[in-house]
Write a protein that binds this ligand. Structure first.
Ligand code: C2E
Ligand code: MG
Ligand code: MG
Length: 735
């Protein structure tokens, strides 16, 4: 189903209204044209029918007079009728007037005389149609067309009975070929392909341009009804057959009817054509008038149309338009993305505290800040006075992680003061996030979920981002969830440090400690292990923020321990490859240490071999600079990655931490024993220290002591502990 925006609906309604008007005009125009054309056709045919019938009438009247006068002369004389030269002379004179081609008469006695035609033997006038019709009519008549004797030509006779002293004696007839009448009828010039035809009162066609229709009853009409109508017809009448309009006019002194047949299709075509021309005129007028109207009123109309799709304050798409746009452009196109609901927590307080124009300015400023963080593929809309809604499509370059990272920067900027009308307005925001298609296939569902997240968050003044949790796509959901929770954890300072003391086997005491980050997430309501969240933080830039936070905590802790005169060799800080690659890593590190007045020599930076996978030269150079600054460098988890003796040559490290996987089965696995022994021997020779990670048992410890390992770390001596507890363990006086 096609969904339309309010603007489209209005535009369509207006268009619909106009089209309805046009349709109504078309209907009126059609009927108008139709009735006027029918009138015109009727008038034309009426005139032509009258003219044609007048001609026929005149001819028939004259013919009947002539024949009647011959008949009368014959009737009134006493001379014998058979073979009388006087009568024949008289009759011949009549033919010579040009009215007939033959004249003849037949008598009851069987005598037959014809001018200009020799009857064949056996010819009997008493059987001829003209004779029989006139005999029965007993008055002068015009016959229907009949076939000439021994011919195929059709004739029409004007015949009159010869009656002497009340006794029927015979018939005199003036003959005419049918062509003569046909010429009169078919020669008529009629418009619109109309045809003229001659009918008799029986409804049979006497003359028709199509010979095949001659002598047949008129098609397209009920025969009985037609006969009834024609029997009494005495003036021009309009009849309608299935195909034609028929204008029928009686011809006087005969049983003939002159008919003009106008094909309905031709008339309709004419009517349609004229209607279309008329409509084109209407349309032209309508377009011109509407154009002028729109032009003249554009200042009024444009804002109305815009108002239907946009929010009047921010100019962003309004809720309805946003929903429709996102559904059409993203959800139906199956373009994955994240939906944001951005809510201003303290909006009601702001509206209470500031005048309307300030609030309006604020809404605009907020919308601009949000907009400046969205790329051109994303869309932002207004959900309500205090809420914005956005859809950020995902792509290969822009995955969930990147998007959430952008949100972090967004909420950060949104939370800064808004300088409006000489005032600094402080707003706090919550962002609810749902993911398409994981959290729902319909926009309403996604909005519900984003709302659900917001509703579940505390409405404190602190900025907050929450992603909807779902069990459906646990993997993706969990990563997103952790990412979003980590963002909030940084803001709410949920990260803290524990320290695991390192035991020096030569000095028989704890000389150092490794700083290990800890996180209890309120949002997830559980302790999250760094083994779980560090890899996820590493896949986005979050690790930089977490890393900086760790450095800050550790530096502050060292400062405190130093103030308490706690003596230690070094505190280990774990570094991720991404941290090392970050341009600002060294300057930031030095700045932090300076801030807390901590010397680099108190710190051992733990790196793994994976740090050298990308840009090894650059990293090695950085490591040399770090060493030059006084930092200690340790290779962590040695043996797990892409261990290469080459690195041992190139990296300026001073401690090698053998991964706990080599220690776990040390007492039973001879291979592990060989490796550990080899590494410690090498350490002695090359002058670095070896530390064994994950020492849990006395047996492991004993073996390590035998191989002259320098240091151990593990639950056997101490678990990672809060700073205070570790401080006590490091303090030689209390140790
Ligand atoms: P890691 O640097 O190798 O840290 C040692 C890990 O081994 C710690 O796990 C520690 O609790 C654990 N461990 C110590 N002794 C024993 C033992 O006797 N038995 C066993 N089974 N485990 C022992 P944790 O704290 O879970 O840290 C895991 C990893 O997370 C660390 O491995 C490190 O790679 C990373 N990590 C921790 N804190 C940070 C940090 O602040 N920054 C960075 N970049 N990574 C960190
Ligand atoms: Mg470590
Ligand atoms: Mg390790």
């Amino acid at each position: 189903m096609v969904r339309l925006s309010n603007k489209n609906k209005l535009q369509l309604s207006i268009l619909g209204l106009l089209l309805t008007g046009l349709l109504a005009s078309a209907t009126v125009a059609y009927y108008q044209v139709r009735s006027s054309m029918l009138d015109a056709v009727r008038n034309e045919q009426f005139t032509k029918a009258n003219a044609a019938t007048a001609r026929l009438n005149l001819w028939l009247d004259q013919s009947l007079n002539l024949v009647s006068s011959v008949a009368q002369a014959l009737s009134e004389s006493d001379e014998p009728l058979e073979d009388n030269p006087n009568y024949q002379f008289f009759a011949r004179q009549v033919v010579n007037s040009g009215q007939f081609i033959y004249i003849s008469y037949g008598l009851e006695s069987g005598y037959y005389w014809s001018h200009n035609w020799q009857p064949f033997p056996g010819y009997d006038p008493r059987n001829r149609p003209w004779y029989l019709e006139a005999k029965h009519a007993e008055t002068p008549i015009v016959t229907d067309p009949f076939v000439g004797a021994g011919e195929t030509r059709h004739y029409i006779s004007v015949a009159a009975p010869i009656v002497r002293a009340g006794q029927f004696e015979g018939v005199i007839s003036g003959d005419l070929t049918l062509e003569f009448v046909q010429q009169t009828i078919l020669g008529l010039d009629l418009s619109m392909n109309a045809t003229a035809l001659l009918l008799n009162r029986e409804g049979n066609v006497l003359i028709h341009p199509k010979r095949s229709l001659q002598n047949r009853s008129l098609p397209g009409l009920n025969k009985d009804q037609l006969r009834q109508t024609l029997a009494t017809l005495d003036q021009s009448t309009l009849l309608e057959t299935s195909k034609d309009y028929l204008m029928i006019t009686p011809v006087h002194n005969s049983g003939w009817l002159l008919a003009f047949a106008l094909p309905k299709s031709v008339l309709m075509y004419e009517i349609y054509q004229r209607t279309i021309v008329m409509l084109a005129h209407f349309l032209g007028i309508f377009v011109a008038v509407s154009g002028l109207f729109l032009l003249y009123n554009r200042q009024i109309i444009t804002p109305i149309l815009t108002y239907l799709e946009q929010d009047s304050v921010t100019g962003l798409p309004n809720k309805k338009h946003f929903k429709q746009y996102v559904t059409d452009q993203f959800l139906e196109q199956k373009r994955d993305g994240i939906l944001l609901l951005i809510s201003t927590n303290n909006f009601s307080r702001i509206t209470a505290a500031y005048p309307t124009d300030t609030v309006v300015e604020l809404q605009r400023a907020i919308s601009q800040r949000i907009q400046s963080h969205l790329d051109r593929h994303s869309i932002l809309g207004v959900f309500s006075e205090s809420r914005f809604i956005a859809y950020l499509p995902l792509s290969r370059e822009c995955n969930e992680q990147t998007r959430l990272q952008e949100l972090d920067a967004l909420i950060h900027e949104l939370s800064e003061f808004y300088p409006i009308h000489d005032q600094q307005i402080n707003c706090s925001f919550r962002i609810g996030v749902s993911v398409f298609p994981q959290h729902g296939h319909h926009l309403e569902l996604l909005i519900d979920k984003a709302f659900a997240v917001m509703a579940s968050r505390s409405k404190t003044e602190a900025a907050d981002i929450g992603v909807y949790k779902t069990d459906i796509d646990a993997q993706l959901g969990n990563e997103l969830l952790l990412t979003s929770a980590m963002h909030n954890a940084l803001r709410h300072q949920e990260f803290y440090m524990e320290y695991q003391p390192l035991f020096d086997l030569e000095q028989h005491r704890f000389t150092s400690a490794e700083a290990l980050v800890r996180w209890y997430s309120k949002e997830l309501d559980r302790q999250v292990s760094p083994a779980e969240f560090i890899p996820i933080a590493e896949s986005s830039n979050l690790i930089i923020s977490i890393g900086n936070y760790v450095i800050d905590c550790v530096a502050r802790q060292i400062q405190e321990w130093q103030k308490d005169n706690i003596n230690f060799r070094k505190i280990g800080i774990n570094l991720s490859p991404k941290q090392l690659q970050h341009e600002q890593f060294l300057p930031n590190l030095l700045k932090t240490l300076e801030h807390y007045q901590v010397s680099p020599s108190c710190i051992e930076l733990e790196i793994t071999e994976t740090s050298l996978l990308e840009q090894p030269e650059k990293i090695i150079e950085l490591l040399y600079r770090l060493k030059a600054e006084g930092f200690g460098i340790a290779i962590d988890d040695f043996g797990t990655g892409y261990s290469s003796l080459q690195y041992l040559k190139e990296i300026p490290f001073e401690t090698l931490k053998i991964d706990q996987s080599f220690i776990r089965n040390l007492e039973n696995n001879p291979k592990d024993q060989v490796i550990v022994a080899m590494l410690t021997n090498m350490a002695r020779a090359l002058d670095f220290k070896v530390l064994a990670e994950g020492v849990e048992s006395e047996q492991q410890l004993r073996y390590l002591q035998q191989t002259d390992c320098h240091m151990v770390q593990g639950y056997y001596y101490a678990r990672p502990l809060p700073a205070d507890a570790v401080g006590v363990m490091l303090d030689p006086e209390t140790a």
